[in-house]
Design a protein around this ligand. Structure first.
Ligand code: IVH
Length: 786
């Protein structure tokens, strides 16, 4: 049966919208929609494609979620071998001069000949892959393997969201793109935070993370990891449209034109000094780059000269990798100590014989957690490899096993045993003696001491006073230590009771600094709500989550009373984070500490009513989906909301099973079971009451109440393919939106047609989401369905 046109069109619209959001996220680093909106679009497309398999194009974004796990990877033979690259180990400027001298000699160039033109690029620290596009469609992805044969990792590479599944423009009949899959350090850190919260394994470093994720048989694993890609060359190419590029730089530009990510840090330069300058410039930039590099790469620009230079064994003579000083070094472990963080997390740390790594002297390196120490089997006295990447804490990468100190076994002097036993995490906190507990399935061990643990108290005070929190100038490490040890301060509120007299008696504290500190504390009393929330040190609540909470809820009083499901429907707040916030406020000593702060005169200066959009977020169709009922997916939650538009009625329903007969049996059974658990009906009733309370607090929306786009401001620009401007305006107003004539930060969407001018530019600059006509109509329809 033919697929109806409307459905075909909707699928195409959805694909275009999703790809546009992907581009905004990955290329411009400026997400245009909340994750939940993205997920909804994605699921709708998935559902359409499931219902009409003939709609599923090979370049659909749904292909990125991967298929079934494989038993083994198939082998791929590379028609054009994947070469490796010669390394210049001289990390000084002379490294560039050596390479240029070799190239000139091979080409027989004399002093009279001009300088050679090169492309200088970054050397990414990830995993080399080859992507085969046929007529612009990604058909195969492979690892390098031994250069001649690699593994078919197509399923995994499809999940990398910045690898285009379809090339833009007029692509060659065959194009093998060579490049590097990598992970950004911030993505890795965020991933690890979430993994640790879920009790899953953390990824050790970006390089292993990239390589390990691509070589997993189950594509769901790669899909769950924030991988990215940079193109830096090609393999087999056939049927280039028009004149093929004559230089490597033109080739890279062409790849970028096909929509492939090509790193912006590249330069076409002449002669060795310019190469050395690039090396130095990128070396200085290295700590600020969001991803790891271990050097730069120089390539002869002219493809004709490249062909002339040819290869030696598996390395081209026209390219070289010019490294940076090692970020890794070897040293001995003097001791393994454990540190207690502000949340009680216990981290084993190796105290090292001081060693110079990547420009600094390192004396301590993290061992992450107990499992990591066991896995690497790090012991006192061991020779270890220490790595320092960018601005992250140095870490112990591995032990050099043959250098372990050994002793003779007393009963059998011919046998040698290690001098030191394996590391064991202490059972009690070294700071306060409380029990150390390890959450079920979790990797992180914690001190259970809470406020009796001086390490946790100090850590949380330092966090509270920190520059990004309450920003109390002059309250540093040493001072907090003294204040806690002398019993002057235990909770943040105690800080505000300090007086010049008791401060001035402290070590290294004159009267003047004591006065300054008291003044700084006084000045910190009216922070923004976001900073105040961040300062509380709630687990998993970083600055950005704190801003979301402040922005949406508007007041501390409301935040303190907001139940977990309501937190979970806020943008970018997942179940783990919502639970952690609810747990924090359920703890009486936290409540007491906050009351004491308020009593001491600390008050957020920018409280406001909750955001109007909270009304939409609190639709039961959404709340049901975050209650934690097994099998109650988002789609099922919507069906449930159709049956029970009011959660309080659901909580009071006595003949539940009968009322749910239209839901699939396992879903209704799961819901009946869930609601039968003790306390569940009460908490649902309480949720309903809180929801009503919040709805009553909301400012009246600007548009007609109850309409889906109420209060949103649109700007229309350019010529739309089918709608006249007045028609578009009428559509927006019919659903409660407003149309404005100029783009500002307050604009929610720009609807842009052809020949859009400065408004489009403005919207891009301000990060205002841009919709074409199809996406605009999609938004209207979509909103109408909810
Ligand atoms: S070109 C013919 N360019 O370095 C030269 N390689 O041994 C082929 N790499 O694992 C490679 N950044 O994945 C080239 N800008 C870059 C690179 C780069 C990283 C990796 C590559 C391979 C190794 C080469």
């Amino acid at each position: 049966m033919a697929v109806p046109d409307v459905i075909r069109q909707r699928a195409a619209d959805l694909r275009a919208q999703i790809e546009a959001h992907n581009r905004a996220y990955y290329e411009q680093d400026a997400p245009t929609v909340a994750d939940a909106v993205y997920d909804a679009l994605f699921r709708e497309l998935q559902a359409l494609e499931d219902a009409h398999p003939e709609l599923a194009t090979p370049d659909s974004p749904t292909r990125r979620v991967g298929g079934r796990p494989l038993a083994a990877f198939a082998q791929v033979s590379h028609r054009v071998p994947m070469l490796s690259i010669q390394t210049e180990t001289d990390t000084k400027a002379s490294g560039a001069w050596n390479f240029d001298a070799r190239v000139r000699k091979e080409l027989g160039l004399g002093e009279a000949d001009g300088p050679v033109r090169y492309v200088a690029e970054l050397k990414f620290d990830g995993l080399a892959v080859s992507l085969r596009y046929e007529h612009g469609i990604l058909v195969q992805g492979a690892t390098r393997g031994d250069g001649a044969t690699g593994e078919d990792v197509t399923q995994n590479l499809r999940t990398v969201r910045d690898i285009p599944l379809k090339l833009k423009g007029h692509a060659p009949a065959v194009l093998e793109v060579r490049g590097e899959v990598y992970m950004r350090r911030d993505d890795l850190a965020r991933y690890n935070d979430m993994a640790a919260a879920r009790g899953e394994k953390i990824l050790v470093n970006p390089r292993n993370a990239a390589a390990g994720s691509i070589r997993q048989l189950d594509p769901a694993i790669a899909a769950s990891r924030p991988l990215r890609f940079f193109a830096y060359g090609v393999g087999e190419v056939e049927g280039w449209p028009g004149e093929p590029p004559a230089t490597h730089s033109a080739l890279l530009d062409a790849l970028a034109g096909f929509g492939l990510p090509v790193c912006e840090h590249r330069a076409v330069v002449e002669g060795p000094q310019a190469l050395a300058d690039f090396h130095a410039r990128m070396g200085a930039l290295r700590p600020e780059l969001p991803f790891d590099i271990d050097g730069v790469v120089y390539k002869v620009d002219s493809l004709e000269l490249q062909a002339k230079l040819g290869f030696r064994s598996r390395e081209p003579r026209w390219a070289v990798a010019h490294k940076y000083p090692a970020q890794e070094a070897r040293t001995r472990v003097e001791a393994i100590v454990v540190q207690v963080g502000r949340t009680g997390a216990i981290t084993p740390v190796a105290r090292l014989q001081p060693v110079f790594v990547g420009g600094v002297t390192v004396t301590h390196a993290t061992l992450h957690n107990e499992d990591e120490v066991r896995r690497k089997d790090v012991r006192v006295g061991d020779l270890v490899i220490v790595r320092r990447a960018g601005d992250v804490i140095p870490e112990v990468v591995a032990v050099v096993p043959e250098a372990r100190p050994m002793r003779a076994e007393p009963h059998d002097p011919s046998a040698l045993v290690p001098l030191h036993p394996p590391f064991v995490l202490p059972a009690s906190c070294p700071e306060c003696g409380s029990h150390v507990v390890r959450e079920e399935g979790g990797a992180v061990a914690r001190c259970s001491g809470g406020l009796v643990c001086p390490a946790q108290v100090k850590g949380s005070l330092l966090h509270f006073a920190g520059r990004r929190a309450m920003d109390v100038e002059g309250l540093g490490d040493k001072l907090v230590e003294q204040l806690v040890e002398q019993g002057l301060v235990r909770t943040p509120a105690d800080l505000y009771r300090l007086e010049v007299e008791n401060l001035a008696n402290l070590e290294r504290m004159g009267r003047k600094s004591a006065e300054n500190l008291v003044a700084a504390l006084e000045a910190s009393k009216s922070p923004s709500l976001a900073r105040f929330i961040f300062a509380l040190g709630i687990r998993h609540v970083g600055e950005s989550t704190a801003r979301t909470l402040a922005d949406w809820l508007g007041s501390l009083a409301l935040l303190r009373r907001t139940p977990r499901p309501i937190l979970a429907v806020l943008p970018d707040i997942g179940g783990v984070v919502a639970q952690s916030i609810a747990d924090f406020f359920a703890e009486p000593h936290n409540e007491t500490a906050i009351d004491a702060l308020l009593a001491a005169g600390v008050a957020p200066r920018d409280e406001h009513p909750p955001r109007a959009e909270l009304g939409e977020a609190l639709a039961w169709a959404r709340l049901y989906g975050v209650l934690g009922v097994p099998r109650l997916t988002e789609a099922r939650a919507r069906e449930l909301a159709a049956l029970f538009p009011d959660g309080a009625k659901l909580a009071r329903e006595t003949a539940l099973a009968a009322r749910l007969s239209s839901l699939p049996q396992p879903v209704s059974a799961a819901l009946v079971d869930w609601l039968a658990q003790p306390g569940q009906r009460e908490s649902l009733l309480q949720l309903a009451a809180r929801r009503e309370e919040i709805l009553a607090m909301l400012p009246a929306p600007a548009g007609e109440p109850g309409l889906p786009l109420a209060g949103l401001t649109f700007v229309i620009t350019g010529t739309l393919p089918s709608l006249k401007r007045d028609e578009a305006k009428a559509l927006i107003e019919a659903v409660g939106g407003k149309v404005s004539s100029s783009v500002s930060k307050k604009t929610d969407y720009l609807v842009a047609g052809s020949e859009a001018g400065s408004k489009l530019e403005n919207a891009r600059k301000l990060g205002v989401p841009i919709l074409d006509e199809a996406a605009f109509l999609g938004l209207l329809n979509h909103q109408g369905e909810n």
